[in-house]
Write a new protein. Structure first.
Length: 264
């Protein structure tokens, strides 16, 4: 399908009846995601605002295929991703999505340039040094391309992670609280950098945050509790779904998380 066709009605990302839950150690099920419908168009920039424990990180992990949903539909460019094997989800994520993590996840033994170049191999592509250098130039770090992550400031590491996320020319960039570990003076700069780079690369952006300041930079702001019935239930002080445990998300212990490791 041609996303540039003005008659194109297929959204870039569409979610329907998506559910994700975790088992509690005392028995029962804790519902984290219950999303009837959500969609994004090509090149659109959306911020999803919600408090900690509302399922923001889990949603990004499910969209990206890091974690499998219990049920529902996730379509990327009209292609249904639900039911894909873990290996196939990994391939789709590497070729179609970029991910900016809260904690950067840079490889410590490799330079900034090598971190960006290595991301290209995850999608089965040849390393394109020229593109990697151009991306580092765009984020203002070309002069530090040979620095290890430990030699970079926190803000600089986050900028490397943005360049890495865009290495394979994704259709969708997922950004998980990208300012959470950045000092206040650089938070606005990081968000501006992500938005501007996505616009230049014609990449759709879904950024999750709890920050009002970050949210105000976006034309489309969605409240998590408005699209996620599980988050709305907790926010209203309602009881968990039938058959679920009695504790809220914040009561999850370390042994209750899956591969995502988070329900924020």
């Amino acid at each position: 399908m041609d996303s540039n066709d003005p008659g194109q009605r297929v959204p870039m990302l569409e979610i329907k009846d998506l559910k994700k839950s975790y088992s509690e150690p005392g028995g029962g099920t804790l519902m984290i995601l219950d999303i009837p419908h959500f969609r994004m168009d090509y090149g659109e920039q959306v911020v999803l605002r919600g408090e900690s424990g509302g399922g923001k990180t889990t949603l990004l992990h499910v969209i990206s295929g890091l974690v499998a949903a219990d049920s529902g539909s996730i379509r990327l460019e009209g292609v249904e991703l639900q039911g894909f094997s873990e290996a196939k989800r990994d391939r789709v994520r590497a070729s179609k999505m970029g991910y900016v993590f809260q904690t950067f996840n840079l490889l410590p033994a490799f330079s900034a340039l090598e971190n960006v170049r290595l991301a290209m191999t995850f999608a089965g592509k040849k390393m394109d040094t020229a593109r990697a250098e151009e991306l580092l130039r765009r984020v203002g770090l070309h002069d530090r391309k040979d620095y290890l992550p430990s030699q970079l400031s926190v803000g600089q590491q986050q900028r490397v992670s943005v360049a890495r996320a865009l290495a394979n020319r994704p259709k969708l960039l997922l950004a998980d609280e990208p300012t959470a570990n950045v000092d206040p003076a650089n938070q606005d700069r990081i968000v501006e950098l992500i938005q501007q780079t996505c616009e230049e690369e014609k990449v759709a952006l879904l950024l999750v945050t709890h920050s009002d300041v970050v949210s105000k930079r976006f034309g489309r702001v969605e409240q998590l509790r408005a699209i996620n019935r599980a988050a709305a239930l907790t926010a209203s002080g309602g009881e968990p779904e039938a058959g679920s445990g009695s504790r809220g998300r914040e009561g999850l212990g370390a042994g209750n998380t899956s591969a995502s490791g988070a329900v924020s």
